[in-house]
Structures are given as structure tokens and as C-alpha cells.
Design a protein around this ligand. Structure first.
Ligand code: HAM
Length: 417
């Protein structure tokens, strides 16, 4: 679990504000749900035999002996809220997004933490593959907007309640004959959750499943058509993708389309975003029979991907360098006025030499320094130093707030240190 400090937090704020901006273009509205839910919600949605439910949840009893769990993901809580507030009665299509911390007791490594953050979206009420394409177009747009490249979109279809059992059975049969070569985990999983064997990182298991039957060969007509139509839409939108029939996802609620945005920049934690369709989930949780699709991005992974091109903290527009008590008092009042006018203004709070104050202004990357001493106070004119070109000009104290605001807001409002 990490602290996110100034210097890094600006990148987080940028990633978040771009999510608000982009998702709203596509008609999504933010929803904020609690970080704890009844444990049962996650068992029923994510699946009893998944790694998350079996070994990664932070579960505890409250004082009334209710079993609660810190949310390991956002889809189930958002569906719970959707059902509880009957959001489908307000609009036949609900488009929701969320951001915030999630908790999984995983073995921490680069890109994998126990408290991590997701930015996620869920679109409920449309089963047309056009919605799948729209979601992927939005994800693509987001990556372009935050300037994260080196990501590849992988898509797959996991079938539905009709065709998945058939695939599961075929795969179990295939694995049975290779059981002895599988790792201990997979020997257990092959009956409870055989699709996960395809995702196992152990080389022996990967070798044993190289020519495992493909889920795509066993899709029913409806799922097959849905997947083909999605591909046609993506082609039309110019969104490049790879079909990866071995992509199984770690949550059980998926049906039909699943996808991941993967990168080779983060070692083994290669998914920066992932999601898919969950057409039976809302009904399984006691809600109306409505289809849904969504994804979540891992914010820590996005921040890692930004690497060197992190967002710099904003530089002060005016640094007030004051000498003497009267000038310091005046500078303090002026700084507060400038902040009210919408400028980033700074000063040294302890009486320092002019040299020390200029050094600090330089370190902060201030755009202008206003120099104010007792002499300037008496003459009604301060000195304004332009830190970009080094020039220094007198500026009247009368009306100085508006004059500085005009100068600063005319130039580039942000810059980097
Ligand atoms: P997920 O694949 O479990 O899906 O997680 C989505 C993303 O969250 C991952 O691709 C990764 O970027 C990030 N992530 C997951 N675990 C960690 C971790 N321990 N540390 C850092 N980042 C992590 C879901 O959670 C689904 N609810 C996504 C979804 C939304 N499907 C439909 N709608």
C-alpha cells in the first residue's frame, strides 16, 4: 500500500481529470460507491473458485458479526448500487464510471500492490456489439489523450451460458490426459476452473496447453456472430487488435467479449486495462436481466507507463520577494489578493535575504518575481523581474493585482520546473 506524494500526484490528477473529460464525452456519469461491501457480493459475482475470492480478499467481521470485504474490484459494487437504486428505471442505458482504491492480498511486485487504484466504466442495458466497440473506442481514445503508447489491445470471446459449458467440458477432457505434467495449482483447478489453466504462468502448464482446444471454435452461433460483428466495428473504427483465444480473465462473471490492454513495459504485470461483457451478472445478483460491459484500468500501471513523461507540478506565476517588515506585510496581503484573482502566488514566510528569496523563486520555477522593499513601498513602485528573460521593470503598486493577473494569465498558465 503506497503513499502518493507531491511530484507524483500531479500525474494521478492528470490521469483522473482526463478520465472525467473523455468518459463524459461518451455519456458516462460518475458513481461513487463504498469501499466495503458484504463479502457475499464478491463471492457471488467474481466466483468462489477464483484467486481473488479464494485467497486475495481483505475480509473481516464487523461488531455485529457481518462479514465485510474491502472491495477487490469495482464492477460488483457498481452492480449492487445499480440494482439497489433501480437505475434501469431512470434510463434504459446506464453508463457509469468510477475511480478509487481496490484491495487484493496479492504478492506485491512492480505494478502489483495490495491497495491499488482503478478507473473503471460500466455500460448496462445494451447487448449489441456496437456497445462493445464503443467501449473499446473510448479506451483507445483515453490512451491517446494521456499519451500512453506501447499498448496492444487483445480481445477474445468466452461464450455464454449455452456454449461455455461445452468448451469447459472439452478443455477438461484435454487437460485430463496431461494432468501429471500440470503444476499442483492446475491439478486442483482443472476441475473447479479449467479455463484458468490456460492462464497459468508455470512453463510446464504452458507447454502442456500449447494446442489446447480454442474457445473460439466452440462458440454458439449467437456468440460467434456477436464476436464477428465486434471485429467488423473495430475495423471500421480503425482500432487495431489481436485475437487472443487464450485470454481467460480472472473473474467468473464474463460472457462473450473479453479484452485486455497489454504492454511489454511492466514485466509480468502486463495488463494496464482489462474488462469484458457480463450479461448474466445483474440477474445473478437479484436484479433485472440486463446485459453489461465494462473495463477497469490500473492507475499505478498507467503512472508507471508515463515513466519519464510525468506531469510536473505547476510553477508559481508570481513569487513575492519582500524586504523589511512593512513590505513583508504588504506582500502578504498582495499575495492573498493575487490568489483570489486566480494566480498561483508564493512568498517566503520567514524573513530571508533577497538572495535567498530569489534562490527559492528560481527553485520553484516562478514565472515572475515581484520585489518589494520599504523604498518601493514609499515610491509606490515595485520591481517586476521576468524570470524567463531576466529583464526587470518597475510596476505601479496601485492596481498591481489586476496588472499582474493580466500579465500572468496572458502567458502560458502552466509550465514545468
Ligand atoms: P481486473 O483484470 O481484475 O478486472 O483488473 C483490472 C485492472 O486493474 C488490471 O488490468 C490491472 O491494470 C489493475 N490491477 C488489478 N490488480 C492489481 C494490483 N494488485 N495492483 C495493481 N493493479 C492491479 C477487474 O477488476 C474488472 N472489475 C474489470 C471490469 C470492469 N470488467 C468489467 N467491468
Amino acid at each position: 500500500m503506497n503513499d502518493i506524494l507531491p511530484g507524483e500526484v500531479e500525474t494521478w490528477q492528470f490521469l483522473e481529470s482526463e478520465a472525467h473529460r473523455i468518459f463524459q464525452l461518451y455519456g458516462f456519469a460518475e458513481v461513487r460507491v463504498p469501499v466495503v461491501e458484504k463479502t457475499e457480493l464478491f463471492c457471488r459475482s467474481i466466483g468462489e473458485t477464483t484467486d481473488i475470492v479464494e485467497k486475495e480478499m481483505y475480509t473481516f467481521s464487523d461488531r455485529s458479526d457481518n462479514s465485510l470485504t474491502l472491495r477487490p474490484e469495482g464492477t460488483a459494487p457498481v452492480m449492487r448500487a445499480f440494482i439497489e437504486h433501480k437505475l434501469h428505471t431512470l434510463d434504459p442505458v446506464s453508463r457509469l464510471y468510477y475511480m478509487g482504491p481496490m484491495f487484493r492480498y496479492e504478492r506485491p511486485q512492480k505494478g502489483r500492490y495490495r491497495q491499488f487504484h482503478q478507473i473503471g466504466v460500466e455500460a448496462i442495458g445494451v447487448d449489441d456489439p456496437m456497445m462493445d466497440a464503443q467501449i473499446l473506442a473510448m479506451l483507445d481514445h483515453y490512451f491517446e489523450a494521456v499519451d500512453i503508447r506501447n499498448v496492444e489491445l487483445h480481445i477474445n470471446s468466452l461464450g455464454c451460458k449455452q456454449c461455455r459449458p461445452r468448451y469447459r467440458e472439452t478443455l477438461t477432457g484435454y487437460l485430463e490426459s496431461r494432468l501429471r505434467t500440470l503444476c499442483a495449482d492446475c491439478q486442483r483447478r482443472y476441475l473447479t476452473n479449467p479455463l484458468r489453466v490456460l492462464d497459468c504462468k508455470v512453463p510446464a502448464c504452458q507447454e502442456a496447453t500449447v494446442d489446447a482446444p480454442s474457445v473460439l471454435d466452440l462458440l454458439c452461433d449467437d456468440c460467434d456472430t456477436h464476436f464477428r460483428q465486434l471485429q467488423a466495428h473495430l475495423h471500421k473504427l480503425g482500432i487495431v487488435f489481436t485475437i487472443n483465444a487464450r485470454m481467460v480473465r480472472g473473474l467468473d462473471y464474463y460472457t462473450k467479449t473479453t479484452f485486455e490492454m497489454v504492454t511489454n513495459q511492466l514485466g509480468s504485470q502486463n495488463a494496464v486495462a482489462a474488462g469484458g461483457r457480463y450479461d448474466g451478472l445483474i440477474q445473478d445478483l437479484g436484479g433485472p436481466a440486463l446485459p453489461g460491459i465494462g473495463f477497469a484500468m490500473g492507475v499505478e500501471r498507467l503512472v508507471l507507463m508515463k515513466g519519464d513523461q510525468r506531469i510536473a507540478p505547476p510553477r508559481p506565476q508570481v513569487f513575492l520577494a519582500a524586504l523589511g517588515d512593512a513590505a513583508t506585510d504588504e506582500a502578504f496581503a498582495l499575495m492573498t489578493r493575487l490568489q483570489r484573482l486566480g494566480l498561483r502566488a508564493e512568498m517566503a514566510f520567514a524573513g530571508k535575504s533577497l538572495k535567498a528569496q530569489m534562490r527559492r523563486a528560481g527553485k520553484l520555477g516562478a514565472r515572475f518575481v515581484l520585489i518589494l522593499g520599504d523604498e518601493e513601498l514609499a515610491s509606490g513602485q515595485a520591481q517586476l523581474r521576468d524570470m524567463d528573460d531576466g529583464s526587470q521593470t518597475p510596476i505601479a503598486l496601485e492596481g498591481i493585482g489586476q496588472a499582474l493577473a493580466a500579465r500572468c494569465l496572458a502567458g502560458p498558465a502552466t509550465g514545468s520546473r
